[in-house]
Every structure is written in structure tokens, then in C-alpha cells.
Design a protein around this ligand. Structure first.
Ligand code: NAP
Ligand code: F7E
Length: 345
């Protein structure tokens, strides 16, 4: 069988880096899109790039999903069998500061890519990085593919457009295009301003004596957190199905931000005692009495997603997918990695 070719936008991100590794392991030729930047932005893929260059199976192309002519050219030149659209302004809080840009990239970027496929007449499968943020102010618990959407941020609204345009191009033009409605997934490669990574880096810093405390926003928010490598495997499984469809990918378990903090400190033998309420709540080190967690309202969002919990039965039945890493294992993996990060900085 001929070697399959994949094209990944957002290849330099958390998911892009794991997906690249998995596809190369499966024997794919992988093409990734990176943005021109004034400083080095390939940290997560540098190891793969060196390795892929020797084997001549991993290629990087400059591009941006805000540039249609660039996308058309890349799709035409690479002629991939599978496209994974992972590129996004992916930070929910930041989307309130740059709502128009977020729509440009997350909503219209998806349309541009779908249209490039349609216009070139290419026979290729398309994966869209859709999100549990579509459920926002949740209409039922847990959320499945049938749960109505109620996004709560410019990011969520932009991704809602992307979700529907994927469905529309599937129905109108017969594209093999699928939405993966992925719940939060984390790893040591997670961006440092997402809450899990901020916590694991922060607790490692406190343990090492490099900082006094971590400052967080809403400690009561609840999320369904899984392990990123499991989730990118689900992306690939979706594109191996004969017919395109939309799938929820989640663990089905919810924890608060506060619980994530407690579990992270627990892995470093520190117990946290909570005192006070709201903006005045603090986390105190049970042994030393030092304040190691504080609340800073600057991290609150104008409209918050209070809880998310996914019902992943469809993916379990149709894709044979299931998560392999528990909440506690995820926290352990991240804390362990960030102890090393702190030592090396
Ligand atoms: P991430 O680490 O923030 O990576 C985003 C990627 O998109 C980066 O490679 C980034 O490039 C690239 N990008 C941003 N703007 C772009 C543009 N205008 N043109 C081309 N590339 C651009 O995100 P992630 O966690 O890997 O998530 C991957 C995708 O899944 C995103 O679409 C995200 O919205 C979605 N998603 C994530 C989760 C999650 O929990 N992680 C859950 C559901 C859905 P730079 O490196 O140059 O910034
Ligand atoms: O926030 C609360 C915050 O920024 C999680 C993206 O990958 O997953 C991600 O979006 C929760 C929120 O992720 C801080 O208010 C408290 O309730 O880690 P996060 P997110 O907003 O859920 C979805 C599925 C995506 O699709 C997105 O691309 O934690 N929180 N204190 C905080 N959050 C941050 N970032 N920083 C804090 O200090």
C-alpha cells in the first residue's frame, strides 16, 4: 500500500506534536504548517524534525490559516490523504481580548481549509479540532453529541461556526469531514498559561523554593481532564472510519481546579488546607503554615464555563476508543515532568 500523507495545521502545538509522533510511527509522511515568528516556536517538534529529516518523512511549511492563497497552494502541492485542522487561537480567556482575531483564525480558518479541499477536488479526509467549549453553559450533564450547544466565549462561538461549516461541507459537497468534540486534554507539553500546566509548574516551583505561591482564578470550575496522547489517537481513529461523523472524546469524570491543585501538591508530599472564601480564599501548606495558593480575580472570565463532563459512549462503541490515563496518573505525569522543568530553568 502507498505511504499515506497527512497535513497538520497547528503542528507546533501540544496536540500537533503528539499527532505527528503517532502518524510517523504508523508510517505516514507528515507535513506540518508553522507560522513565521520572530523567535523560536518549534520547541515541541524540534526532536521530531531532526529525526524526520533523516528519514525524509516529516516536512514543515510556512503558512497561516488566515491566508487562503497559502492554504490553497499547500493543499494543491502536498495533496494529502488526511488533513488535521488543529490551528487555533486556543486560549479561552485570551479570546475575550482578541475576539475578532479568534473568529478570523478559528472560524474562518476552518472554512478556508475546507474550501481549499473542495476547490482542488482532492479526495482527502478532514479532521476538525472541535471542543467541549461548544457546550459552555451546559444544558445537560453529561454532554453527548446530542446535547444542545451554548458557547460562553468568543472562542466557543468561533468554534461553533467551525463545527457547523464542517457539517455543512460534509452534507453539501460530500466531504469526508469529521468534528472531534474533545474535552480538555493535558500533558507536559500543555501551554504554560492553561490552568493544569500553570498549576504543575507552580507547585514544582513552590516545592523547589523558587516561588512562594501560585495565583489562580476560579477554583470551583470543574473540568473533564484527559491525557493528550490518548486524544490525538481518537483524531486518527475518526478518519479511519468509512463515513465521517462527529464524536465526543472525554473521560466522563469531572474535577474542580481546587482538586487539581490538591492532587498536584499531594504528589510532592504537601497537604493543602483551604481558608477563606471567594477572592479571599487561600491555600495553606499543612506542614509549614505558609500561604501557597492565592486567588487573583484578574484570571476570572467575563462569562465562565462552570462545568464540563463528557459522555463518550458513541466513541467507545464506534471507534473502540477509551482513555488510558486516570486523573491521578495525569497529575502525576505532569508534576513529575515539571519538577525537571523547574530544575532546568
Ligand atoms: P495549542 O497548543 O494552543 O496549539 C495551537 C496551534 O495552532 C499552534 O501550533 C499554533 O502555532 C497554531 N496556530 C495558531 N494560530 C494560527 C494561525 N493563524 N495559523 C496557523 N497556525 C496557527 O493548542 P492544542 O491544545 O494543541 O489544541 C489543538 C486544537 O484543538 C486547537 O484548535 C484547540 O482549539 C483545539 N482543542 C484543544 C483542546 C485541549 O484541551 N487541548 C480541547 C478541545 C479542542 P504557534 O505555535 O505558532 O502559536
Ligand atoms: O481553564 C479556570 C478557568 O484555560 C480551565 C482550551 O484548550 O480546553 C481549554 O480551555 C478552567 C477555567 O482551559 C485559572 O476559569 C482558574 O474554568 O485551562 P483553561 P479551558 O478554558 O477549559 C477547551 C476544551 C478548549 O477547547 C480550549 O482550547 O480553569 N482557571 N484559574 C484558570 N484558567 C487559567 N487558564 N488560568 C488560571 O489561573
Amino acid at each position: 500500500m502507498a505511504q499515506k500523507k497527512a497535513f497538520i495545521t497547528g503542528v507546533s502545538g501540544q496536540d500537533g506534536s503528539y499527532l505527528t509522533e503517532q502518524l510517523l510511527d504508523k508510517g505516514y509522511e507528515v507535513h506540518g504548517m508553522i507560522r513565521r515568528a520572530s523567535s523560536f516556536n518549534r520547541g515541541r517538534i524540534e526532536h521530531i524534525y531532526r529525526w524526520g529529516k533523516e528519514r525524509n518523512n516529516f516536512f514543515l511549511h510556512y503558512g497561516d490559516v488566515s491566508d487562503s492563497s497559502n492554504l490553497n497552494r499547500l493543499v494543491e502541492k502536498i495533496r494529502p490523504d488526511e488533513i488535521y485542522n488543529l490551528a487555533a487561537q486556543s486560549h479561552v480567556k485570551v479570546s475575550f481580548e482578541v475576539p475578532e482575531y479568534t473568529a478570523e483564525v478559528d472560524a474562518l480558518g476552518t472554512l478556508r481549509l475546507l474550501d481549499a479541499i473542495k476547490e482542488t477536488g482532492l479526495d482527502c479526509k478532514f479532521y476538525q479540532a472541535s471542543t467541549s467549549e461548544l457546550y459552555g453553559k451546559v444544558q445537560e450533564v453529561p454532554q453527548s453529541e446530542k446535547t444542545p450547544f451554548y458557547p460562553r466565549s468568543p472562542y466557543g462561538v468561533a468554534k461553533l461556526y467551525a463545527f457547523w461549516i464542517v457539517k455543512n461541507y460534509r452534507e453539501a459537497y460530500g466531504l469526508h469531514a469529521s468534528n472531534g468534540i474533545l474535552f480538555n486534554h493535558e500533558s507536559p507539553r500543555r501551554g504554560e498559561n492553561f490552568v493544569t500546566r500553570k498549576i504543575t509548574l507552580g507547585v514544582a516551583g513552590v516545592k523547589a523554593g523558587a516561588r512562594e505561591c501560585i495565583k489562580l482564578g476560579n477554583l470551583n470550575a470543574r473540568r473533564d481532564w484527559g491525557y493528550a496522547p490518548d486524544y490525538v489517537n481518537a483524531m486518527w481513529l475518526m478518519l479511519q472510519k468509512e463515513t465521517p461523523d462527529d464524536y465526543v472524546i472525554a473521560t466522563g469524570e469531572m474535577h474542580t481546579v481546587r482538586e487539581f491543585v490538591e492532587a498536584s501538591f499531594r504528589h510532592l508530599d504537601i497537604s493543602v488546607r483551604w481558608e477563606g472564601e471567594g477572592e479571599n480564599e487561600i491555600g495553606v501548606d499543612g506542614n509549614t503554615g505558609n500561604t501557597i495558593v492565592r486567588v487573583d480575580p484578574k484570571y476570572y472570565r467575563p462569562s465562565e464555563v462552570e462545568q464540563l463532563c463528557g459522555d463518550t459512549s458513541k466513541a467507545i462503541n464506534a471507534l473502540g476508543w477509551k482513555p488510558t490515563v486516570t486523573f491521578d496518573q495525569l497529575v502525576e505525569i505532569m508534576v513529575k515532568a515539571d519538577r525537571e522543568t523547574v530544575k532546568s530553568r
